[in-house]
Ligand binder design. Structure first.
Ligand SMILES: [Cu+2]
Length: 138
């Protein structure tokens, strides 16, 4: 009897872990991303959208200094230090937001893959302002 109980508990535990994995893997791509910028992070920092479809990005700077939301081209790994001049070819889009300001932008990520997002202001990425948008095929 005790063995059955143990076995049942193991099965329940396994089902729960499979369920939670499946949940995170099947997280739905969003058509609207609402992101808060502050010193020194993006919230959320992991996002998922459809490739080839227009998305809306709503940004709110809750910090006390300027930040930006710079999307790098698909597959580009953000290098430190990042400079607008030297790394301009790697930038897909850049939205600057002053403190206590917000902005709404529309963009279509051209292909499926991983897009790094950084705050391109010197020192901010190194301090934690880095995020990721995964684009999946519809
Ligand atoms: Cu910043």
């Amino acid at each position: 009897m005790k063995q059955y109980l143990t076995l049942s508990l193991i099965i329940i535990f396994l089902s729960l872990s499979i369920f939670s994995c499946a949940q995170s893997a099947s997280e739905k791509p969003a058509s609207v991303l609402s992101v808060e910028l502050s010193e020194f992070k993006f919230n959320p920092s992991v996002m998922k959208v459809f490739a080839g479809r227009e998305i809306t990005i709503n940004l709110l700077n809750k910090g006390s200094i300027e930040h930006d939301f710079t999307i790098l081209r698909e597959g580009v790994i953000a290098k430190i230090p990042f400079s607008h001049e030297q790394n301009s070819a790697e930038i897909l889009a850049e939205y600057k937001i002053a403190p206590n300001q917000s902005g709404s932008y529309k963009i279509t990520l051209p292909s499926a893959g991983e897009y790094a997002v950084i705050c391109a202001i010197q020192g901010h990425m190194e301090s934690g302002m880095i995020a990721k948008i995964t684009a999946v095929n519809p």
